[in-house]
Ligand binder design. Structure first.
Ligand code: FAD
Ligand code: NAG
Ligand code: NAG
Ligand code: NAG
Length: 513
């Protein structure tokens, strides 16, 4: 028998071939041998992005891979609570849309439950007076809209609802794609697969431009739309149309939060993923070549991190960065990459959440008597003299009720402002107050369309999740990015190119049913 390549006897080669053929029915890259599974994966950041990624990495790569999740602060990240008199209140990401299906499923699968978000009446304050006040009667709201903003406002109102419906129905496609394991190599490709050029085009224009083109009156934009952007993103209508639509959807009914605090989703995801939490701050990532037990040199990433005063390092086959990459927020250095990994300088908006327990001085906003004041949320117009973005009644993370402002007693109010509030400023809003606690954030990107999202693939097996925030920053967006990064890492590791960046998926999956 003539020995074949490498001196293997014929039957053995044949056996190998057969084995390969069998293995390849699971989808192999060309004719190469299937890659052995990764040994270790690092996830940097234990917010909703990082923990959802860890959860899906475990589902895809199986029980043997070791997953380390690094967190320099608290598990939950921008999902956090502030405690006042023994009660916890959401201080970061707080409301979840009824169509945020990943969040919904996490809550269900992880044994958590939902509470309704307060849905009190909304007013808009311009620094002098209330320019708009919602009524509990739908018909009165409609009449007010027409009265204040003309007949076209009603048509506009319907137009907005129509646009949002369309937006949601396109966005929902992502759940379908992800449940079929499809991944995308960039945020742009992901969004393009959902709604094509029109959807992606929302990135290129400001919300202002889009709405002006649609014929909205200046007054309506200043007094209704801008205040909504200020409460949700601390910015004006100069944000891109995509995040504008996400922000508008927060006026929909049925908003909810997680009982006990939204951050519980992160700790439960972490638990369910059976990852190892490392309380430390990652300082640098460097590509290294290492010889493993198998004898072959392989490319790995060295992650250097600090826990307390000590500096450690470890090697990983795959690394997912799940925190905004900039010096102020994560300060991670990418060492010796060729070509170098781009510098990230994205600016995040400073925002302060202040919880105040006190009696609101309602005459500041409205000359009407206190007992007639029934607003639960006061939004503001873009007036530079105003020192707050919004103020609203809140209930603790355990409560499932709607706090009523009417009763003449101290309530807990949440204020968003660009800077910390002074005592004098608080006393301009409150007759008196018992407690005030605050938390400062670098909250979300400063949006300046035309927007380009930072890359998802930073290097061969190095991924970045938070680019998606430049489309829109929201918990559900980070969960979508977490799932996508896990799928992308899995398919790229195994060479499943047919599962990445597929066009016309909607049509393909339609015929599959
Ligand atoms: C005040 C406020 C209100 C909001 N309201 C809403 C809302 O109502 N609804 C909504 O959907 N979204 C809301 N958002 C947005 C939402 O909270 C965020 O989009 C989401 O939580 C981001 O999650 P993430 O996991 O991507 O990032 P993060 O939560 O920021 O997680 C990143 C984590 O990485 C850690 N980290 C950073 N650098 C390192 C390092 N070098 N080493 C180790 N760990 C590191 C950080 O400590 C952090 O825990 C709000 C945000 C804020 C601030
Ligand atoms: C958005 O603008 C960029 C240039 O800034 C352009 O390259 C891109 O094609 C535009 N995308 C869409 C969908 O209009
Ligand atoms: C970022 O990290 C470098 C070294 O890792 C350090 O010298 C620098 O002070 C850090 N910057 C910030 C803003 O924390
Ligand atoms: C409430 O605010 C009004 C208007 O700013 C002010 O005139 C009044 O003194 C305040 N009332 C109290 C009790 O602080």
């Amino acid at each position: 028998m003539k020995p074949l390549a490498g001196g293997l006897p014929c039957f053995l080669t044949f056996g190998l071939w057969l084995g390969l053929l069998l293995l390849c029915s699971w989808g192999c890259p060309g004719s190469a041998a299937p890659r052995s599974p990764p040994e270790k994966i690092a996830v940097i950041g234990a917010g909703i992005g990082g923990t959802s990624a860890a959860y899906y990495l475990r589902q895809k790569f199986g029980k043997d891979v070791k997953i380390d999740v690094f967190e320099k602060g608290e598990v939950g990240g921008r999902l956090a609570t502030l405690t006042m008199q023994g009660q916890e209140y959401e201080s970061g990401g707080s409301i979840i849309h009824p169509l945020n299906l990943h969040m919904k499923r996490f809550v269900k699968d992880l044994g958590l439950s939902a509470v309704q978000s307060p849905s009190g009446l909304v007013g808009v304050y311009n620094g002098e007076t209330l320019v708009y006040e919602e009524s509990s009667w739908f018909i009165i709201n409609m009449i007010k809209l027409i009265w204040y903003y003309g007949f076209q406002s009603l048509r506009m109102h319907m137009w907005v609802e129509d646009i949002l419906d369309k937006f949601m129905s396109l966005f929902k496609r992502i759940y379908r794609y992800q449940s079929h394991d499809y991944a995308f190599s960039s945020v742009e490709k992901l969004l393009h697969s959902l709604g094509g050029d029109d959807f992606l085009g929302l990135f290129n224009r400001s919300l202002l431009e889009t709405l002006q083109k649609a014929g909205f009156s200046e007054k309506f934009l200043d007094e209704i739309i801008t205040p909504v952007m200020r409460v949700n993103y601390g910015q004006t209508m100069n944000i891109n149309g995509f995040v504008g639509a996400v922000s508008m959807s927060c006026t929909d009914p049925g908003l909810w939060a997680v009982k006990g605090g939204n951050k519980l989703v992160c700790s439960r995801l972490l638990q369910a993923s059976k990852s190892n939490l490392i309380s430390g701050s990652v300082m640098s990532i460097e590509e290294k070549t290492r010889t493993k037990q198998t004898g072959n040199p392989t490319k790995v990433y060295e992650v250097v991190y600090q826990t307390g005063p000590e500096i450690h390092s470890d090697f990983y086959d795959i690394v997912l960065v799940a925190t905004p990459l900039n010096q102020k927020m994560s300060n991670i250095t990418f060492l010796n990459f060729d070509p170098p990994i781009e510098e990230f300088h994205q600016y995040y908006e400073p925002l302060v959440t202040t919880l105040i327990k006190g009696q609101l001085n309602s005459t500041v906003f409205s000359s009407r008597a206190l007992d007639e004041f029934d607003l639960g949320t006061i939004l503001t117009t873009d007036n530079p003299d105003l020192f707050i973005n919004s103020i609203g009644l809140v209930s603790s993370v355990e409560e499932n009720n709607n706090p009523q402002p009417k009763v003449e007693r101290a309530h807990v109010w949440k204020v968003f402002s660009a800077g910390p509030l002074t005592k004098e400023q608080i006393l301009k809003l409150f007759v008196s107050y018992d407690y005030a606690v605050k938390q400062s954030w670098l909250a979300y990107p400063h949006y300046t369309p035309p927007e380009k999202c930072p890359s998802t693939i930073l290097h061969d097996q190095l991924y970045y999740l938070n680019g998606i925030e430049f489309a829109a920053s929201a918990m559900e967006m980070s969960a979508v990015a977490g799932y996508n990064a896990a799928l992308l890492a899995y398919h790229r590791w195994n060479g499943h190119t047919h599962m990445i960046d597929q066009e016309d998926l909607y049509e393909k999956l339609k015929t599959e049913l």
